[in-house]
Design a binder for this molecule. Structure first.
Ligand SMILES: CC(C)(COP(=O)(O)OP(=O)(O)OC[C@H]1O[C@@H](n2cnc3c(N)ncnc32)[C@H](O)[C@@H]1OP(=O)(O)O)[C@@H](O)C(=O)NCCC(=O)NCCS
Length: 433
């Protein structure tokens, strides 16, 4: 751990008793009060719903500064990685803490090629889902099932991690594309080793026996960028779910499957789908922005403006900025006119000038514009969160590995403040009124 406390402490006084709590600081200045011995020393826990104030681990993977809008993977600026790297290079970086040289990249690519197929028996699973099954539920089930087909991982989880990581990163895109093909009743398209990671995925999604899919470099580049932007985001809800399941000794596949389920929710990865539904609703309502802004502000209405706000960013999400710029480029290359893009721009403009949103630091996040690009690439709305999962996978694996290798890791097990009945006398069934 690269914590540095320089012997500084915080003082806590409870009922006149004084306790010293060490202060710790990360390499970029993150400050924390170390309460690891708090309960033992004081008898008190801390109450922190949603873990808004709690650091659950120390990590070397991703740094983000929510006030300045900075995001770095393994020390590299997201802007550089998104512009100059392949997604598989970034996956390697997250997994190995270094950018690969040519040789390393080639052998990683070869590993991914070797593991692109899924066991033929797994293909029958797809037939058993109802036709309109959610691709996120299929993804989570299939990833969990990989454990049964490739159980080597359980014997020595860390020894086989490279193989398992490559297997997962390669197979998840095959599973994702197959689930889409099944949902629209088209024959499956198998992976091809002559195509790039993103090109291969697009081909499996869109090739048909009657109409070959032409893999356009601009489309591949756009997908590559989106996956990089999604690749990690420190201790968010799904990553914490991955770590939580892994902390009990759960295998990597089960942990990733948990991450997929956590990502599915509309407050997290599901927001990209919700954004498009919201923009479509505004469009149908003759661009009645006022109505939706009023709903978002109304405390009695659960509606929120999807794609705005973030637990950590108090300014523009740097990933959102990159995506917004990419949006114009890709739509014009593909000659796509999407009325939802204009609606999105207008909505953003209104929000950025509205006191309710300004005072709460609610800015567009990564999900606000990503859906518009996915639409332009031909990806159906119900696959958007699956796309997020494909991108986030290397981050989840890197976080899982870091957690398992960290000697400080303990099983995740928060405390609670019990507010139910005090002890009650048991009443037998016959005596209950
Ligand atoms: C991301 C999100 C879950 C963060 O939640 P959080 O850190 O727990 O923040 P809170 O829910 O406490 O919100 C703080 C305040 O802003 C308001 N707020 C937050 N996001 C809002 C949104 N998208 N629309 C309207 N109001 C919002 C809350 O109502 C709250 O107002 P209050 O202080 O008057 O009660 C939240 O901003 C949200 O629901 N956004 C929409 C979903 C989304 O885009 N998710 C993708 C994230 S990448």
């Amino acid at each position: 751990m690269s914590e540095n406390n320089n012997g500084r402490t915080a003082e806590l006084i409870i009922d006149g008793n004084r306790f010293e709590l060490p202060l710790i600081e990360g390499v970029e200045g993150d400050k924390a009060i170390d309460i690891r011995d708090l309960l033992r020393d004081t008898g008190y826990t801390v109450f922190d719903t949603g873990y808004k104030n709690s650091a659950s681990c120390s990590s070397t993977i991703t740094f983000l500064d929510g006030k300045k809008g900075i995001l770095r993977y393994r020390g590299y600026a997201i802007e550089d990685l998104a512009e100059k790297c392949l997604f598989i290079e970034v996956a390697y970086l997250l997994l190995h803490n270094k950018l690969p040289n040519r040789e390393e990249l080639e052998s990683f690519r070869t590993l991914l090629e070797q593991h692109a197929l899924i066991h033929e028996d797994m293909i029958h699973f797809f037939d058993k889902f109802p036709p309109n099954a959610s691709p996120m539920s299929i993804l989570s089930v299939m990833v969990n099932s990989l454990h049964n087909f490739y159980p080597e991982m359980s014997a020595d989880p860390l020894e086989n991690i490279d193989m398992t990581a490559s297997r997962l990163i390669s197979k998840i895109r095959t599973i994702a594309a197959f689930s889409y093909k099944k949902s629209i009743g088209q024959p499956l398209v198998y992976p091809r080793n002559d195509l790039s990671y993103c090109g291969n995925f697009l081909n499996m999604m869109f090739n048909t026996p009657v109409r070959p899919y032409i893999v356009l470099p601009e489309v591949v580049a756009a997908l590559n960028k989106l996956l990089i932007l999604h690749a990690d985001h420190e201790q968010n809800c799904s990553t914490s779910a991955v770590r939580l399941v892994g902390s009990s000794g759960g295998n990597l596949y089960a942990s990733i499957s948990a991450g997929i389920n956590a990502l599915w929710g509309p407050l997290h990865g599901g927001a990209n789908e919700a954004v498009i539904q919201m923009l479509e609703a505004i469009h149908k309502d003759n661009n009645d922005y006022k109505k939706y802004i009023a709903k978002a502000k109304d405390k009695n209405d659960p509606f929120r403006l999807s794609g705005f706000g973030h637990r950590v960013y108090r300014t523009f999400d740097p990933r959102g900025k990159i995506i917004k710029d990419a949006c114009d480029g890709i739509l014009s290359v593909l000659n796509v006119q999407d009325p939802l893009l204009d609606i999105a721009r207008n909505l953003e403009e209104i929000v950025l000038n509205d006191d309710y949103f300004v005072s709460r630091n609610l800015y567009p996040n990564i999900d606000f514009y990503s859906g518009i690009i996915y639409r332009a690439l031909g990806i159906p709305t119900n696959m958007f969160t699956v796309m997020f999962a494909l991108g986030r996978l290397p981050g989840w694996i890197a976080q899982w590995r870091e957690m398992r290798e960290d000697k400080e890791t303990k099983i995740y097990r928060p405390r609670q403040i019990y507010i139910g009945f005090p002890a009650r006398k048991f009443v037998s069934l016959a005596e209950r009124s």
